[in-house]
Design a protein around this ligand. Structure first.
Ligand SMILES: Cc1cc2nc3c(=O)[nH]c(=O)nc-3n(C[C@H](O)[C@H](O)[C@H](O)COP(=O)(O)OP(=O)(O)OC[C@H]3O[C@@H](n4cnc5c(N)ncnc54)[C@H](O)[C@@H]3O)c2cc1C
Ligand code: SF4
Length: 338
């Protein structure tokens, strides 16, 4: 049995003080990932710091015309918030494509960003895994790698980031707000998650003594031409093999602004400026979309069991861009299920 203590903090400063200098302490929010990891012996914190009473549950307008989402806003409350549904439907759809209603009721915005990979070997403490135990090796490279990365992988780790919400946040150019002993800072969403390189144990650029306080959305939300397309083994309750978040702004048939992010293919939501540049100023048609997909996947590399994902991602990109350009996003029921 792993013994741990439990404390509850009431404000952000108290949370930062509480975790300072204690590498074996963990914040707990919804607990939907952390508790599973503790049960599997992957995480063995000596102290759990309950942050659920922090005043971080608001969704507020910003002076820049966007929205600031508190780190403790649940996935359900975020997906069904009227301003999110109206101004950022891509985000709402991405959240509702993930997990189950019960999990979304518990899962928080901050926790979703920090959920760990779903690599089978990461959860199996009987096998080598560089992410869980640096230097022990990667069991997935020559093992079961069907769910694994086709972009940005390294010789140390080929895991993927499993979040749906984060793929939409990447496409929307969100900012992650954090607080720590040195004060508050904002991290551009594209810099928040890391590629594995030779330090796969570090998923993000959040410091161990920092807390996520909010995620900020800029004013531009892609209200008409957007789509979140998630391809998975089952229609619900399954992680993405490949997902695509896209938002377009059209003038007639011409693409004025384009965003494209992939999920399920890399250690972080994958964006490629050259693919988006290839969409801007072009006609919204099949050949433009094919060119963007080619660019997005030009460095893709498959392993024994996941090479099919390259072709799957190529087709998914074209389909999602077609859906977005026609204003017919991938259908997901927005009916409230709590
Ligand atoms: C069966 C199952 C299916 C799922 N399917 C999907 C899916 O299809 N798509 C998808 O996107 N997700 C899926 N999820 C994952 C789910 O969305 C995450 O578990 C959830 O978002 C994590 O949020 P939480 O608040 O419960 O985090 P917790 O489990 O409480 O915490 C997760 C980590 O984040 C840290 N943390 C939490 N909040 C903060 C903060 N504010 N600042 C700093 N650190 C913090 C904790 O210390 C911990 O390390 C699934 C989960 C399960 C169990
Ligand atoms: S892919 Fe990453 S998480 Fe999976 S076994 Fe290899 S090192 Fe561990």
């Amino acid at each position: 049995m792993n013994v741990f203590t439990y404390t509850r903090v009431q404000d952000v400063a108290g949370a930062v003080r509480s975790i300072a200098g204690d590498g074996a302490a963990r914040f707990i929010a919804g607990g939907t990932n952390l508790l599973d990891l503790m049960k599997e012996n992957v995480e063995r914190p000596t102290r759990l710091i309950d942050i659920t009473h922090l005043p971080l549950r608001a969704i507020e307008s910003t002076s820049a015309g966007g929205l600031r989402i508190g780190a403790l806003v649940t996935n359900t409350d975020l997906a069904y918030h009227p301003e999110i549904e109206r101004r950022y439907p891509l985000l709402s759809r991405a959240i509702l494509a993930g997990a189950s209603a019960q999990l979304r009721n518990m899962a928080t915005t901050g926790g979703n960003l920090l959920q760990r990979t779903r690599c089978y070997y990461f959860y199996d403490t009987a096998t080598p895994c560089n992410k869980r135990e640096p230097g022990s090796g990667c069991s997935a490279i020559a093992g079961l790698n069907r769910m694994h990365a086709i972009l940005g992988a390294s010789e140390a780790c080929i895991a993927t980031h499993p979040s749906d919400m984060c793929v939409a946040l990447a496409a929307l150019d969100a900012t992650v707000h954090v607080a720590g002993p040195a004060g508050a800072r904002g991290i551009a969403f594209s810099d928040f998650h890391r590629l594995p390189e030779n330090t796969p144990q570090c998923d993000t650029n959040l410091q161990p003594n920092e807390i996520i306080t909010a995620v900020e959305l800029p004013a531009r939300g892609f209200t008409v031409n957007y789509s979140y397309l998630k391809i998975r083994d089952r229609l619900s309750y399954a992680f993405a093999l490949v997902s695509v978040a896209t938002g377009l702004e059209l003038e007639g048939d011409t693409i004025k602004e384009a965003r494209l992010a992939l999920g399920g293919v890399a250690h972080k939501p994958w964006r490629d400026p050259s693919a988006e540049a290839a969409l801007r100023g072009q006609a919204a048609n099949q050949s433009t979309f094919t060119r963007a997909a080619d660019l997005m996947l030009r460095d893709a590399k498959g392993f024994e069991h996941n090479a099919f994902k390259i072709d799957l991602a190529h087709r998914a990109i074209i389909r999602a861009l077609t859906q977005a350009s026609r204003g017919t996003p991938q259908s997901q029921s927005n009916k409230k299920i709590r």
